[in-house]
Design a binder for this molecule. Structure first.
Ligand code: BES
Ligand code: MN
Length: 455
């Protein structure tokens, strides 16, 4: 295999740069919001676009609609391969083509589905998560052209943001499409736009719906308030009972872990405050390194709460209140176990004998990287070359639950988690964006990595 220098790869990426940005911009315009319906036409069109673009790069792709575990039609998935040499290793390239919703366009400074460049960043829903992942894979394939050296399989998922409900039946039905030596999951991100990272771990996730009941029906708050607390207050008491005075979770059975592979560098508090737009008065909760609090310790969030809206409220004690808790788990804890621990805790801490019902929702397992794998060394070397600085590896607090599922089926495959995001990407929030500098160097790093895998 002839050597391709870093400079050569860099100049090829430059040469194809407009096409790469164009592809990403077109992708944003599909508004592939899976929460609006995984089986919708907008999802099919998004998948077909991605499939067609990859086909232009010589990958034999197709769109396949998956089937849910209950037999109903599922997501539009893009699968394909480019086999160059039966003796060469095979890399599976993963990204997802579905995006998060845009509940309030007025919070955006630009139209969410019109890719807009400002300075070094390209704004739009899915510009980073995970259109950026698609752009990284497409860009590295464009740059390498016929000099790939490895066999490629691609899987661009259409329902990642919905927890991948049909993923397990899909991989079982298309085992061939996933069989590979190295799996590159481009759905995470870098330490910053200038400093690359491999993702060392992801948290797992689970959720429960909780209903708190106090009364058989609502009653006058003046007549009965005092010996009886309204269900909203009781729900708030139950929620706060999960925390100690530091704001650490105090739920027995929820596992905590130290950052996987050791902590290279802790997260800087000032940067975290800035990236998360934390109000100046807020005191960060919990103890130990910020990295462990963000990546490897559990966290619970109330992501929905049913109560009477403020406007139009009247003097009545609510008989019941409902809320949804999302629990992020330590990378190595089984989510079912964590869900049970949370459920037991809530039932045991029902304030003043309120009736607490807990309904279990979806579980997703976390993941931890094997720092000793050969692909990890190759990836770190490729990132160092491309960005001109050594990667700072980091965990992530988010979840990509299909990774452990794939790993179960292909235990010998080496998994690399990379991606287009950086702390300023605002994934899942208004004004999502991708760093173009980061994207360019992620593409170069992936191209270098594929050449390294080929050797
Ligand atoms: N790209 C994210 C995962 C992620 C989040 C990586 C933060 C790095 C940092 C992914 O698209 C995502 O949001 N996953 C969901 C999974 C859930 C629906 C099971 C998540 O974490 O909420
Ligand atoms: Mn994502």
């Amino acid at each position: 295999m002839t050597e391709i220098t870093l400079d050569e790869i860099r100049s090829r990426v430059d040469q194809h740069w407009d096409a790469i940005v164009d592809l990403l911009s077109h992708k944003v315009a599909f508004a592939a919001v899976s929460a609006k319906g995984i089986t919708g036409d907008h999802m099919r069109r998004s998948a077909e676009f991605v499939s067609d673009e990859l086909r232009k790069l010589g990958v034999d792709t197709r769109v396949v609609q998956s089937t849910n575990p209950d037999g109903t039609p599922g997501a539009f998935e893009v699968v394909g391969s480019k086999i160059v040499d039966d003796d060469a290793p095979t890399a599976l390239l993963y990204a997802h083509h579905d995006v998060q919703p845009v509940p309030d366009p007025s919070q955006w400074n630009t139209d969410a589905f019109t890719a807009t460049t400002k300075g070094d960043r390209l704004f739009g829903r899915g510009a980073a998560d995970d259109g950026g992942g698609i752009a990284i894979h497409a860009g590295s394939l464009l740059a390498l052209g016929e000099d790939l050296g490895v066999n490629i399989k691609v899987f661009f998922e259409g329902e990642e943001e919905m927890g991948s409900p049909s993923f397990i039946p899909f991989i079982k039905a298309h085992k061939d499409a996933f069989e590979s030596d190295v799996i590159i999951v481009a759905d995470s991100g870098n330490w910053s736009d200038k400093i690359p990272s491999l993702t060392t771990s992801l948290r797992g996730n689970t959720a429960v719906d909780v209903i708190v009941r106090v009364l058989g029906h609502p009653v006058h708050s003046g007549q009965f308030g005092g010996p009886i607390l309204d269900a909203n207050t009781v729900a708030a008491m139950l929620i706060s009972s999960m925390y100690d005075a530091d704001g650490s979770l105090q739920i027995p059975g929820l596992k905590c872990q130290e950052p996987v592979g050791g902590l290279q560098q802790d997260i800087d508090e000032t940067t975290l405050r800035h990236d998360a737009a934390v109000l100046p008065s807020w005191k960060l909760t919990g103890t130990d390194s910020l990295a462990s609090r963000l990546w490897t310790k559990p966290s619970v969030s109330v992501i929905g709460f049913d109560a009477h809206p403020v406007e139009g409220s009247f003097n009545v004690l609510a008989d019941s209140a409902a809320f949804r808790l999302s629990l992020r788990t330590a990378p190595s804890q089984r989510p079912e176990e964590a869900q049970q621990a949370l459920t037991d805790f809530l039932k045991q801490h029902a304030p003043f004998g309120a009736v607490v019902e807990v309904k279990p929702l979806e579980n997703g397992m976390g993941w931890a990287m094997d720092p000793s794998s050969e692909a990890v060394h190759d990836a770190q070397a490729a990132m160092t070359q491309a960005f001109g600085v050594e990667p700072i590896n980091k965990g992530e607090g988010g979840s990509i639950p299909f990774i452990p599922e794939l790993q179960k089926l292909f235990p010998q495959a080496q998994v690399l988690v990379t991606g287009p995001e950086d702390p300023q990407s605002n994934a899942h929030s208004p004004n999502e964006s991708i760093s173009l500098y980061g994207l360019r160097n992620n593409i170069i790093a992936e191209a270098l990595l594929m050449r390294a895998l080929a050797r």
